[in-house]
Design a protein around this ligand. Sequence first.
Ligand SMILES: *Cc1c(COP(=O)(O)O)cnc(C)c1O
Length: 406
Amino acid sequence: MSAPQAPVQRADFDQVMVPNYAPAAFIPVRGAGSRVWDQSGRELIDFAGGIAVNVLGHAHPALVGALTEQANKLWHVSNVFTNEPALRLAHKLVDATFAERAFFCNSGAEANEAAFKLARRVAHDRFGPEKHEIIATVNSFHGRTLFTVSVGGQPKYSDGFGPKITGISHVPYNDLEALKAQISDKTCAVVIEPIQGESGVVPADLVYLKGARELCDKHNALLIFDEVQTGVGRTGELFAYMHYGVTPDILSSAKSLGGGFPIGAMLTTEDLAKHLAVGTHGTTYGGNPLACAVANAVLDVVNTPEVLAGVKAKHARFKARLEQIGQQYGLFTQVRGVGLLIGCVLSEAWKGKAKDVFNAAEKEGLMVLQAGPDVVRFAPSLVVEDADIDEGLDRFERAAAKLTQA
Ligand SMILES: *Cc1c(COP(=O)(O)O)cnc(C)c1O
């Protein structure tokens, strides 16, 4: 039994936390499926999914089971030893994807950090130090470490922290000609989000990804797909590269992979993986038994025809209703995205006001997300019940009605 806990409230945040976040006014305390309850007992429907993380909603029995079973066995041994859940998880990912090798870590930023370091190491070993340039896209997001903000195409996240990592350039997304003009034999990697998540849910065009693949092959550069947001069933395929039929050399995964337990993975081929020889890279917690046991359970549930087909059906359900709401209230001009990563592009009159929509939805008992100031984003559980979708969208419509009346 744990000792009684001192009461805390939202105001404590400003007293004891570093002020780099601006959390909502209420504090969630419990979740079940796609519903969440706050301190006062108020119930909300969760279409935010912890930013595309809670892939099976809250307290899914398979995940609770895997977590508690492993919690009673073995939490952590470090990478001085390997462990059974990590090996099982690696087997599962290798069997299910292009990859032949997995590296585990604890977040999306770390998965990308490993991906970028691997790409530079491969080029260094094979071609020499000149070949180190990374091409990324404008408005991309790859995490918050110094390397990943430097690669990310949003100066607001990388400015003001001293010298950036050099040898990185940014080209407009979905612009094959711009990539063609920038790529050279000094390029070691091109990194692309198959759907730009944070900056507005912008799906890549198929010709763009195909063209990027060809340009990389021509210049001996590696193609890295950042699937931290798009991976693990989110698009209705296990990974978005399968949706497009364009295979990367390196893929980063996190968010949905742990269903709420922190874990990241970098997947690649045997031929590339061998460049991260013993001692070249590492992490104390990466691939710990607890995280890997949960991720194994996530994959067992998500990577099934029923769940993946369900994502496509639920996409259609969301899209039809969101288009109707958007039109009726003049709120959106477009509903875009793939699977259960959906972005509603605000109309001219509502541009810059995604936060207002977020607040209005919260007042009606609904959690949604922004993706920049102009897009309202939905990233719910992949197994959200149809009844919860309908009820959540009823709440969203009430929010839209009140917002546009005011
Ligand atoms: C969220 C995200 C990241 C960063 O993941 P963290 O776990 O926050 O480090 C990287 N890339 C993309 C595409 C993301 O959506």
